[in-house]
Design a protein around this ligand. Sequence first.
Ligand code: G3P
Ligand code: MG
Length: 238
Amino acid sequence: MAINTKIFAHRGASHYAPENTLPSFQLAHEMKADGLELDVQLTKDLVPVIIHDENVRRTTNGRGFVQNYTYNELKQLDAGSWYHKRYKHTPIPSLEEFFKWVQNTNMIINLELKTNVIHYPHIEERVNELINHFKLEDQTVISSFNPETIKRMSEINSNIELAWLTQMKIRKVHLLLNDIGAHGIHIKTRLLTSNMIKRILQEKIPFRVYTVNKVKTYYKCESLNAKAIMTDIPDLIQ
Ligand code: G3P
Ligand code: MG
């Protein structure tokens, strides 16, 4: 039986507003996206914040690495002007600020923990504390390219949904997922044409696909029973 493939806004409605900011999440909500995908890094004083790159240069008016800023310093940066001047002074949101807003919606939350370049000690614990505080466990999926992060998260909280992220083909995918305690996998669109998708389907592994910005690819994912797709254009199907 076919499932309804959900639409997650990738970094928010990032085609229409600056990625990973509250305006882009709010816009995705207005566009009736089912879920939000966002990227989490950690400041010097261990505050989880929402930004894609380890370095603030591409999406703010600042310089240097997130891990070298305190949260108070980081929130002074302008994360909107690079996209358009009407978003001037839009700050980098903390995960806490985001949770305060999203808890009043029924959106699915996909937190991508960005630990594949910089290892942020205790990011898993900090994120878990916030999820518990806001009682968002049932609404949240945690993903990461770093299998160690998924494994640590599964040890900290066995009730939260976990997905390993990959853009590479691997053979014994079910063994890796079992080993790290992942419930599913998030794959890059190009893997849809590889043998790996056959193994995913044979093993009945729950999967989501990123980044799907074409209607035709959405329908392909739907025909394969993907749980969701991540898109920069959450009004893709409308
Ligand atoms: O979570 C899916 C996707 O966001 C992974 O890649 O680089 O866009 O964070 P990236
Ligand atoms: Mg991401």
